[in-house]
Design a protein. Structure first.
Length: 312
């Protein structure tokens, strides 16, 4: 059997020219967009890209801030493996990230759903909850330092007034409580952000689906888990990732309230890096520590996004 040769349909006159013109216009639009974005990219590279690359290079050197850095290869990274203070600070950071993410996100989500379910007075409540977010972390650290004061602090005074004086202690001066006292302060100052952002995400939830689930007999927890949460999943993921990254970058409150003490009990990677680089004048090793902090934060954020997507 002889195969019938295929014939191509004749092209309309001028079709090739029109296609070429469309491609030219598309390329011109893309080039115009690039010129609009280019200034921002240049500024970003100058203030973020170059310092990041310089930090990478500095992490392979030994430099005390004077003269030229001495190239040491991976010596700084090898030092990490035997640096007990660094591992202790990293452990504190992990505690900070876990508790500092779970508590504010869970509390913020519950309060956001409560405010969304009953809109009466929600603006006033959101304003009150968000007030700590706009305060300076330094100011918050100083105020809570007064609250935790073992002599005249509001916390110990209140415990004594209600007959629980045996629980009164030096919250920031005891190794067992210092980290958690600072972490509680950070949670208090942050969960308002979670409430406002999650409340904004809840505005896109379809109330008809929630009502249909209620009519079908779904309980409030079931409606929350299977109807509300899937509809705000992108916003929830963003809040969790943002909080995880912020947990690894925690510095200001810890430094203001305890400076990593007592006996490094509240030391985190950022405060340890500051001490090594600016107090010990070991800028090369300080750059190495900052790289560790960046890499761990990025890996944690990536793992969080992957797990969140798999959870559905």
């Amino acid at each position: 059997m002889t195969a019938t040769p295929r014939t191509e349909a004749p092209r309309a006159p001028g079709a090739g020219a029109r296609t070429g013109r469309r491609r030219s216009r598309t390329a011109a639009r893309q080039m115009a967009g690039l010129w609009f974005v280019l200034p921002a990219l240049v500024v970003y590279f100058m203030f973020f890209g170059l310092p990041f690359l310089a930090t990478i290079g500095l992490s392979f050197t030994d430099w005390n801030g004077l003269g030229w850095p001495d190239f040491t290869g991976i010596a700084n990274y090898a030092r990490l493996a035997v640096d007990g203070a660094m591992w202790s600070a990293l452990a504190n950071n992990l505690i900070w990230v876990v508790l500092g993410t779970v508590v504010p996100v869970v509390v913020g989500l519950i309060l956001a759903v409560m405010l969304w379910s009953d809109a009466r007075g929600s603006v006033a409540y959101r304003t009150i909850f968000f007030l700590p977010v706009i305060l300076s972390p330094v100011v918050i650290g100083v105020i809570w330092g007064w609250i935790y004061n073992p002599l005249f602090g509001l916390l110990n005074t209140g415990l004594r007034e209600i007959g629980l004086g045996r629980w009164a202690t030096g919250w920031l001066g005891e190794s067992e409580t210092a980290l958690y006292a600072v972490l509680l302060t950070a949670i208090w100052s942050y969960f308002g952000f979670c409430i406002v952002v999650l409340f904004a995400g809840l505005q896109k939830v379809n109330p008809e689906l929630v009502e249909a689930a209620r009519i079908d007999g779904a309980s409030a927890p079931q409606r929350f888990r299977h109807v509300i949460v899937p509809q705000i999943a992108p916003v929830l993921t963003m809040v969790i990732v943002y909080t995880v990254i912020g947990g690894f970058n925690a510095f200001d409150m810890v430094w203001v309230m305890t400076q990593g003490g007592p006996n490094n009990a509240s030391e985190v990677i950022a405060t340890y890096t500051y001490e090594v680089a600016f107090r010990g004048n070991e800028y090369g090793y300080g750059a190495t520590l900052s790289m560790v902090m960046s890499v761990v934060a990025l890996l944690a954020a990536w793992a969080t996004m992957v797990l969140r997507r798999r959870a559905g």
